[in-house]
Ligand binder design. Structure first.
Ligand code: PFF
Length: 458
């Protein structure tokens, strides 16, 4: 019998515990921490938003992450196949389908931003962004996003790089890249933090980050926090189901989820400390939106000794972090196409990246040629972002939680949770089960309805 790609993939997986953590963390840590977390925090008023984000992460997003990891490992299958195996002949597999769609839509704008990061490596190297003048760094960013050829080139570049890694397989490709990256990123962020904290006026940035003002909180702010909590941990869309399917039976999944959540949150807070003191020190507004990272960070580096090489290194690391997250996004449709539609890994990857390039170009051009095209008052970039983070991922979260809480049930869940009772973690399992059975579905539903204006709670 000829061995198909499908069989190969089924037998392959992450090869070590460290590799598992690195790859899962590699999916979670990405542009979400360094680009999205700071700017969404800035738009939603700072510390109070962060507090709600932390609660949403701990009580909702992490339990959903654990649910997905368990479902994936139990079934050894992609997002759609996993639910088909656990609930044959029932419509639960649609949750996997929605996940594949979400991954696709996230990639449409994620590759755009990742492309900006790659281009900033070169801008940093040649000195274009080496400036402490806000007008200058702002003008460079505007120049990039209002162009056509340059951002499209970088977006396709990102797709080719990630596509090539994905084609080389799970353990080899994904694990090897992410294992090296994480510690280095951490150290570099630490250096930027120190520099940013030493800027004159830094304390105002810290106040913004850590001193909550609850008058700024509304249901749409809570929905933004919840959406970010899902996006951050890569949950609600089958990524963690897919990665779970590559994790060995002896690994302690609850512990992995906890470790990934804590490290991921630390990286986000560190990114906030890198950016907000600089925002205030250089006279920007915290609610500047998606450009925040790209206009403030160059100024922090430009104001420090050896700033230029450090800035190049910084953008290289952000690019690698973005790549780690991209790999996990791309793996969702690829694993689905390989396992459910029997395509080879190569064809599945090439097909997916071509389709993302096509749809993604509409996000990339939304600040230039397509700036007049609006959906629900948003340009294409913002529309894909809003649709995924604020609607599809929370909805996915509800159903993953409902699946474990009401369809899979406590006993089967606990067998997977405790590695067939080898781990002594029943207390943790009970809390987790309560969260996914009741808390997560009800809380997400209320926030979703109120945040979208369907329910008036005030
Ligand atoms: N968690 C990634 C980040 O914060 O950058 C983004 C992401 C990756 C979202 C994978 C969803 C996903 F499935």
């Amino acid at each position: 019998m000829q061995e198909t790609q499908h069989d190969k993939l089924q037998r392959e997986g992450f090869s070590s515990s460290l590799g598992v953590i690195a790859a899962t963390l590699g999916s979670a840590v990405g542009l979400g921490n360094i680009w999205k977390f700071p700017y969404v925090t800035g738009q939603n008023g700072g510390a109070a938003f962060i507090l709600i984000y932390l609660i949403a992460t701990l009580l909702i997003s992490m339990p959903v992450m654990l649910s997905e990891l368990m479902i994936g490992r139990k079934t050894n299958a992609n997002a759609v196949g996993a639910l088909r195996k656990l609930a044959p002949q029932e419509p639960w597999f649609l949750l996997g389908v929605s996940g594949v769609l979400s991954a696709f839509l996230i990639m449409a704008f994620y590759t755009d931003v990742a492309g900006w990061v790659f281009s900033y490596i070169f801008k940093a190297a040649v000195g274009t962004i080496h400036s402490t003048s806000p007008e200058q760094t702002y003008a460079v960013f505007q120049g990039l996003v209002s162009g056509v050829g340059e951002p499209l080139f970088w977006q396709i570049f990102v797709l080719v790089v990630t596509g090539t890694i994905i084609m080389s397989g799970v353990a080899k490709g994904i694990e090897r890249v992410t294992k090296i990256l994480m510690p280095v990123l951490f150290v570099l962020l630490f250096i930027v933090d120190i520099r940013s904290l030493m800027l004159p006026g830094a304390s105002e940035g810290l106040k913004f980050l850590f001193d909550p003002d609850f008058s700024k909180i509304s249901f749409s702010v809570v929905l933004a926090a919840l959406g970010l909590a899902f996006f951050k941990l890569s949950v609600g869309m089958g990524t963690m189901t897919t990665y779970g399917s590559y994790i060995g039976k002896e690994e302690d999944l609850p512990r992995i989820a906890l470790k990934v959540m804590l490290s991921d949150t630390l990286v986000s807070i560190m990114a906030g400390i890198a950016i907000f003191p600089a925002v205030f020190a250089f006279g920007f507004k915290p609610n500047d939106g998606p450009s925040l990272l790209f206009i403030t960070i160059p100024m922090v580096f430009s104001s420090m000794p050896f700033g230029r090489p450090f800035m190049v290194l910084f953008f290289i690391l952000v690019a690698v972090a973005a790549t780690g997250a991209m790999l996990s996004l791309l793996e969702v449709p690829v694993a689905y196409l390989v396992e459910e539609h029997k395509l080879t890994r190569r064809v599945a990857t090439l097909g997916t990246i071509s389709a993302v390039a096509l749809v993604g170009s509409t996000a990339t051009l939304s600040t230039s040629l397509l700036s007049d095209v609006m959906f629900f008052g948003k340009n294409m970039f913002d529309f894909y972002d809003f649709l995924t983070s604020n609607i599809l991922l929370p909805l996915g979260g509800i159903f993953f939680a409902l699946f474990v809480g009401w369809r899979w049930g406590y006993q089967r869940m606990f067998t997977e949770f405790s590695n067939d009772r080898h781990l002594k973690n029943e207390g943790f399992a009970k809390i987790y089960f309560f969260l996914v059975k009741y808390v997560a579905p009800i809380a997400i539903m209320l926030v979703l309805l109120a945040g979208l204006g369907f329910l008036k709670l005030k």
